[in-house]
Design a protein around this ligand. Structure first.
Ligand code: FEO
Ligand code: CA
Ligand code: CA
Ligand code: CA
Length: 504
């Protein structure tokens, strides 16, 4: 039975059935409006990027009532929509095509305001805070040594999920950077290229893969960014921050690849993530294992310096005994129990097609090194979801999450239809049950769930509608503009009586 059949009077809405319509469908009692979409003007020269993913409302920067500053990730791009034709690996690209695609990714700093007349959130066009960071922006490394010979990188890309610091900066995670700049075999002295990028950018520009795969910290007031080398280099999905009583921060971050790992960083200075120690999880023993070369003779045998350990983090993690996990994606901390929830999307190679959500309880506080972990819930036809990806907790401690089925409407995923957005009450008679709140347009996934500080608005992104379109004449989606329009990734605001009932 799918979740939609788990009706209950105690729920303030009736869950929806899975759908394969090219629409954003919401359960009754919820409404949405589009806040920003790919191509919207931020100011005279900059536009909102494409493939929006993580969203964070910078709540520590005080704004007027009903105004806010958002950081939004623009994870990847689609040559068909940007340049009018699909790109097949091996074809040559023009510089102009590549530059247009490089400008469409990275992130946006966006000032938004709720119009008192219709209560709709909109971009405040021309606001001085509005800014784009793209694959062309020069970004320094926050580290005492150069990275592959350079103190700065050109651009950020593959910005998947992220986090926010208590001092009001955004964290943006560079995930599948190898799809843009390829990958090198860093274990070989001549560093042979073992993977070309998927977009042909690396046939026009030559940026080294070691400059990507970092967590990027952005000051939303100035637009200044830096790459946080101390948090290691891998396909970072999320960077979830916990502040200790002495103002140092702990950051949980995962590597979204089959059989890769979960990490935690413990900063050594307050209000900064530039220095500290990185640990990796062994979930069988419930231990955080140091990745500091000073602590680990085996790392001293394999790597020349801590810089090299951080650049080749995946290799280092395996040497110290990290547990392979089923694609760690988003991480959130339960505001009531303070437990850490980690989406493990799936692992086809190991037969885990539906994925699960793992729950971690730290035994000695967030800066301790012992923990317990268990499966909080598993995906599948019985629970009504598959491939959990992004999560957010509301003010009552209920969990909301998105699904990201790459092969949706095929094989094992047929019963779930399009990707969805789900609600899990964490207390009361329905605690732990899964209810579908929304269904995404064709080929899209929902990303970046994020509440406004008053919890009355739930921001959510629609990412990559129409992704499987073969040409502009055969579009699989026209969301959100309808008609014959090109589909556009967009940020929507969800409001409504059902949400009001849940958060009050
Ligand atoms: Fe960009 Fe792991 O999702
Ligand atoms: Ca994700
Ligand atoms: Ca999240
Ligand atoms: Ca995803």
């Amino acid at each position: 039975l799918l979740a939609a059949s788990l009706q209950s009077n105690a729920l303030p809405f009736t869950p929806i059935e899975p759908s394969d319509a090219d629409k954003l469908i919401l359960a009754e009692g919820f409404q949405y409006h589009v806040v920003a979409k790919w191509g919207d003007k931020l100011n005279k020269t900059e536009k909102y990027g494409t493939h929006n993913d993580f969203v964070t409302f910078i709540s520590s920067i005080k704004q007027a009532k009903n105004e806010g500053i958002l950081w939004v990730n623009h994870e990847y791009t689609n040559p068909l929509f940007i340049n009018g034709k699909p790109y097949t690996k091996g074809e040559t690209r023009t510089k102009a095509e590549v530059l247009a695609e490089m400008e469409s990714v990275g992130g946006s700093i966006v000032k938004i305001r709720k119009n008192p007349k219709d209560s709709q959130w909109k971009i405040v066009q021309g606001d001085p805070v509005n800014k784009r960071i793209t694959a062309l922006t020069e970004i320094p490394f926050a580290w005492h040594e150069p990275i592959a010979g350079s103190k700065t990188a050109i651009g950020t890309l593959a910005n998947c999920a992220g986090g926010q610091t208590p001092w009001g900066s955004a964290l943006s995670c560079e995930e599948n950077y190898d799809t843009f700049w390829g990958e090198l075999d860093l274990s070989k002295p001549d560093k042979p290229k073992i993977r070309m990028g998927d977009y042909g950018w690396d046939t026009v520009f030559h940026y080294t893969p070691e400059h990507y795969g970092w967590v990027v910290e952005i000051n939303p007031l100035t637009g200044q960014a830096k790459k946080l080398v101390a948090l290691g280099r891998f396909a970072h999905e999320a960077a979830t921050v916990w502040q200790l009583p002495d103002k140092r921060c702990v950051v949980y971050t995962g590597d979204d690849k089959e059989d890769e790992h979960l990490y935690k960083f413990i900063a050594s200075e307050s209000n900064s993530l530039e220095k500290g120690k990185l640990y990796v999880a062994n979930t069988e023993r419930g231990q955080w294992i140091s990745l500091d070369i000073q602590d680990q003779p085996i790392l001293q045998q394999h790597f020349a310096s801590q810089t090299e350990v951080l650049i080749r983090c995946r290799e280092a993690a395996k040497l110290v005994g990290a547990t392979p996990l089923n694609r760690p994606e988003d991480i959130e901390i339960d505001p009531i129990t303070k437990d850490i929830f980690v989406c493990l999307t799936n692992n086809a190679r190991k037969g885990d097609v539906y994925g699960s959500i793992m729950r971690i309880t730290e035994k000695d506080g967030k800066d301790g090194l012992r923990f317990e972990s268990k499966v909080f819930m598993a995906g599948g036809p019985d629970t009504g979801f598959a491939c959990p990806d992004n999560m957010v907790f509301d003010n009552k401690g209920n969990l909301w999450f998105t699904s990201d089925m790459y092969n949706m409407n095929k094989g094992d995923y047929i019963p779930f239809k399009n990707n969805g957005f789900f609600f899990v009450p964490m207390s009361g008679e329905n605690a732990g049950k899964v209810y579908q709140v929304a269904s995404a347009p064709m080929d899209a996934e929902f990303t970046g769930p994020c509440f406004s500080p008053d919890y009355e608005t739930l921001f959510l992104c629609v990412q990559h509608p129409g992704e499987n379109s073969k040409s502009l004449k055969e579009l699989t989606s026209h969301f959100p503009d309808g008609g014959d329009s090109i589909p556009k990734s967009c940020l929507v605001a969800i409001t409504g009586q059902a949400l009001q009932t849940i958060i009050q």
